[in-house]
Design a protein around this ligand. Structure first.
Ligand code: FES
Ligand SMILES: [Fe+2]
Length: 361
């Protein structure tokens, strides 16, 4: 008879040390999902929101409950022209949120929807969150999506926090153990500039026939919800553009959105031969790029956040990264690493941890 394998149960999600919700821009949809007239229901930081696109093409996001009698506008709500129409009594709300008509032809009440700040950039629809309701004070950048074919996109909800996802980009130590690269090093040191963090790592991968291939990365994070990476393999004249976005849906879960596109040579105009070849390359490689990212998921889904980690040489610039990340939290909510009381350090779970259930859309 086979001996029973003992596995330590993962600490319940709600009992693990968690960072609070960060301020900043967070993706709520890919632009291509939100065709004109589409209404999407989303969860953002423990609350419902409704994201929709008017017939003329403007992406908008509102708090979900109709001020008339409380129906959820994301469940049966419809876009008519530039208005969002409630499914319950057909009251309509204009793009500025104001109620513009009732379903009875009577004068509309003085009521309105609460809009959230929205941006559509690089094929992503993002919503601004600030703990005190302050308006955006920085923007997501335009990245060179035009130099690449249309990306392949993936989305999956996992147990995690956005800071852990961005920290992974400066965590050089895990690149060998988790991603099977070797010779991880920093080509361009980390730079911290307002809401922007950049770093330029390089690694090697051993490929059959080709041997050791150098891969260079330029990584930028803008806040804790948006990462863009350009990866280059100079020897193969190949490059890839990846966007990775982690949006908190509740205190324990993030929805990961990922886009990836690859190109050969300089791949200029959209109809060039090189661009057509790049399109095929993107389709061929997208799933393996996504697979590389998912290798982190079992670690992220079961780890705790240690505010005072026991770091070692070779780790990458985790401490300055965390000082930078502290700016995205309400004052006093996230303690920078050099001010942490060691007695508050949570104890890591021993043993092998069962992974949480995953679900993808
Ligand atoms: S609840 Fe929305 S129109 Fe009545
Ligand atoms: Fe990773």
């Amino acid at each position: 008879m086979k001996p029973l394998r003992r596995r330590a149960a993962a600490r319940p999600i709600e009992a693990r040390a968690r960072l609070p919700y960060p301020d900043g821009w967070f993706a709520v949809a890919f632009g291509k999902e939100l065709t004109p007239g589409t209404v999407l229901r989303r969860r953002l930081m423990g609350e419902e929101i409704v994201v929709y696109r008017t017939r003329r093409g403007a992406p908008l996001a509102v708090r979900p409950y109709c001020p008339h009698l409380g129906a959820h506008l994301g469940v049966g709500g419809k876009v008519e022209g530039e208005d969002l129409v409630c499914p319950f009594h057909s009251f309509a709300f204009g793009p500025d949120g104001r109620c513009v008509r009732t379903g009875y032809g009577t004068p509309p009440p003085k009521a309105g929807l609460t809009h959230l700040a929205v941006r559509e950039i690089n094929g992503v629809v993002a919503v601004w969150h600030h703990h005190a309701g302050s308006p955006p004070d920085w923007e997501l950048p335009a990245v060179p999506v035009d130099r690449y074919p249309a990306p392949v996109t993936f989305a999956q909800t996992i147990v995690d926090h956005p800071q852990e996802v961005v920290e992974n980009a400066v965590d050089l130590g895990h690149v060998e153990s988790v991603h099977r690269f070797s010779n991880a090093r920093v080509r361009k040191p980390m730079r911290l500039d307002g809401a922007r963090m950049s770093i330029g790592p390089a690694v090697q991968r051993i490929l059959p026939v080709l041997g050791a291939i150098d891969v260079e990365f330029d990584v930028e994070a803008h806040g804790l919800g948006y990462i863009v990476v350009e990866a280059r393999i100079p020897r193969l004249r190949m490059a890839a553009l990846v966007q990775m976005m982690a949006t908190p849906v509740d205190p324990a879960h993030v929805e990961i959105r990922f886009t990836t596109a690859a190109r050969l040579g300089r791949a200029g105009a959209r109809d060039s031969v090189a661009m057509r070849a790049s399109r095929l390359l993107t389709l061929a490689l997208a799933r393996s790029f996504w697979h590389d990212i998912t290798l982190d998921f079992p670690i992220w889904q079961n780890k705790v956040y240690l505010p005072r980690p026991r770091l070692a040489q070779g780790d990458g610039p985790i401490t300055p990264f965390r000082r930078w990340a502290a700016q995205f939290y309400p004052p006093g909510a996230a303690t920078p690493p050099d001010q942490v009381d060691p007695s508050q350090q949570p104890v890591a779970d021993p043993g092998v941890l069962e992974s949480e259930e995953e679900h993808s859309r």
